[in-house]
Design a protein around this ligand. Sequence first.
Ligand SMILES: *Cc1c(COP(=O)(O)O)cnc(C)c1O
Length: 345
Amino acid sequence: MKALLPPRIDLLSDTLTRPTPEMRAAMSAAEVGDDVFGEDPTVNRLEEHISAMLGKEAALFMPSGTMSNLIGLLVHCGKGDEYICEAGCHIFNNEQAGYAQVGGIAVRPIPGERGLIRVDQLQEMVRPDNDHLPRTRLICLEQTHNRAAGSILPYDSVAEVCTWAKEQDLARHLDGARLFNAVVASGISAADWARHFDTVSVCFSKGLGAPVGSALCGPKDLVKRARRYRKMLGGGMRQIGILAAAVLYALEHHIDRLAEDHAKAQVLADAIRRAPGLTLQCDQVDSNIVIFEVDAELGTAKEYCDSLLERGVRLYPISRQKVRAVTHLDVSMAECEEVAEVLSS
Ligand SMILES: *Cc1c(COP(=O)(O)O)cnc(C)c1O
C-alpha cells in the first residue's frame, strides 16, 4: 500500500473540528466539581443554558449523541414498546440498535423523502391495543437529516407530524444532532423547533466545534430518569466542567458561523452540478452536508475518493457510488473553492 500524507483538506465529517485556542483557554479557566454529585458549576451552568435555549425545563450533559438518543428512547419506551422513525435515520442505522440491545425496544422504520415522513404514511403505523402487538409509543425525527444530505425538514411538516402524534398519544423525540444548523439556515429558533417534541438531543461535537458532548433536553421528570440511565450506562462523569466550558464557548461563538459552513457547501454543490460524471443526491443543499453520486465510468466511490486523497482532499465514500462531503470550522472557504476546482475538473 502506498503511504499517503494526511489530507490537507479534510471534509470527512464535521466531528473532525479541533478546539480553537480561545476554546482551550475557556476550558483551562473552567471551574469544576464532581458532576456525579451535581457539583460541577460549569456543567450546571451549561445545562441551564441549553435547556433555556431549547425552551425545555431541564437538560443533561451527555458524553455523546448516541447516548443522548439511547436514553431519549429509554425514558419513553419500555420492553416490547415500539417507536416509529424515518428509515434513513441515525438512531435506526448508526447506533448499533442500542434501543433493542439495552432497552428491548422495537422499531418501525418508514421510508421517507429527504428525511421526511408524512402523516398519511403514519396513519396505518400506530398499532391498536391488542395482546398480539407491540405498543407504539414514540415517534423520532432527525434535524438536520444526515443521510438525506443535511436536509432540513420543513417547519410546517414537523409541526404537522408532531401534532398528529400527540393526538395519538405518542411521545416525540428529536435527534437534533445538527439542530443548530437548521436554526441558522431557517432563521427559526431552537426553542421553536423543539416545542413540538418532548425530548430533544443536540450534539456539540459536530459543527459547533466542541471536542465532545451532547445534551438531552426535556421535562424535569424525564431528565431525572435520564440521569439514572446515564449513570447505569457508565456516563456519569466527574470534573467535566472543562468540557462544559468548551461547549458554552461553542454556544456563544460558533452558532452564527454555521452559516459559513452552509455557504461552503453551496460552493461544493455548484462544482458538483458542473462536473461531468457527478450528480447531487438531491439538487437542493440545505446545510453543511453534500452527498453526490459518482458515475460508474469514474469508478466506485471508494476509488474516486482515493484519487482525491492523492490530491490532498478527503471525502467519505458512504456507499458503492455515493460520496459525502461535510463542511466545518476547520476547512476554510478558500480550501472549499480549491476542492470545488478539483471536483469540477
Ligand atoms: C453524529 C450523530 C449522532 C450521534 O453522534 P455521536 O457521535 O454519538 O455524538 C446522532 N444523530 C445524528 C444525526 C448524527 O449525525
